[in-house]
Design a binder for this molecule. Structure first.
Ligand SMILES: [Mg+2]
Length: 280
């Protein structure tokens, strides 16, 4: 756990020059508490307003997730984002969905070229999963990907993993391990690392907040950016499900979505007109 002073030092370059900095974050488990039924996940009450505040100051503010871009935009109010029309200092609130297979801003979703042709294959595997998954395993159809959630059947992890590996082998899809789930995805080389790398273009400071194994490529990307002289901050959102590998990856470890929201709130520059008045 980082000390307050350590966190303050890490965040200062962002507050000093938000116009050349980016704030990038995961969604589930980071902005939104984990729930048994993934359809019911919602960001913490103040998370959306805080992201919009950040977008008024920072060059780039993005939510990078395995969720579909349309779901993210709806949850984050980025589908009717007045920020995009000129109130933002930078580019408004951007979303990257399905690990980079979809991008969304200003209400428009753009699919990765080459992704669409895999949709029938994904649909077929989702149909088979619906028929074959053990009771309690949730099959979440996301369009270009399908996620097999075993949160409510943790005893079935090995069975689900073996099924996903076998389905991938015969369909040509790839398997992404995620938090208490496996995802079948088109074999297009996208992950959060590539997304974060692309989003960091032109920035002098970049942070990323994430809570699970699927976020490790994003943290690796920040390591590569740091080697090039970019100021980077890796914020790991801890939970009882976090691996030691994940916890070790962070410059800062915070507790749950509340801890992540605290970091985001501290990134809001003091002169933000929509921030609560300072007591001093
Ligand atoms: Mg997550």
């Amino acid at each position: 756990m980082a000390s307050e002073d350590h966190l303050t030092t890490l965040l200062q370059p962002f507050l000093d020059a938000p116009g050349s900095a980016g704030v990038l974050t995961d969604f589930d488990g980071t902005l939104a508490p984990i729930v048994d039924d993934p359809v019911g996940a919602r960001p913490l009450p103040n998370a959306v307003a805080t992201l919009h505040r950040l977008a008024r100051h920072y060059r780039r503010v993005a939510v990078v997730s395995g969720r579909p871009a349309a779901f993210l935009m709806a949850q984050l109010g980025a589908d009717h984002d007045e920020l995009v029309q000129g109130k933002a200092a930078g580019e408004g609130l951007i979303v990257s969905g399905l690990y980079g297979l979809e991008a969304g801003s200003g209400g428009v979703v753009t699919a990765h070229p080459g992704g669409e042709e895999w949709k029938p294959v994904v649909d077929r595997m989702a149909d088979e999963a619906d028929e074959q998954m053990p009771d309690g395993v949730v099959v979440e159809r996301k369009g270009l990907t399908v996620t097999l959630h075993f949160r409510t059947r943790p005893d079935a992890v090995d069975w689900v993993r073996a099924w996903a590996d076998e389905a991938a082998a015969r369909s040509g899809l790839a398997v992404h391990p995620a938090r208490m789930s496996f995802e079948l995805v088109p074999p297009i080389p996208t992950d959060k690392g590539r997304v974060v790398w692309d989003l960091a273009v032109g920035l002098d400071a970049v942070c990323f907040l994430g809570d699970d194994e699927g976020d490790l490529p994003a943290f690796d990307a920040l390591d590569r950016l740091r080697a090039q002289g970019v100021h980077t901050v890796k914020v790991v959102v801890a939970s009882s499900e976090a691996s030691s590998r994940l916890l070790d990856a962070g410059d800062v470890v915070v507790e749950g979505p509340e801890g992540a929201l605290d970091v985001l709130t501290r990134l809001v520059p003091a002169q933000d007109p929509s921030a609560p008045a300072a007591s001093s």
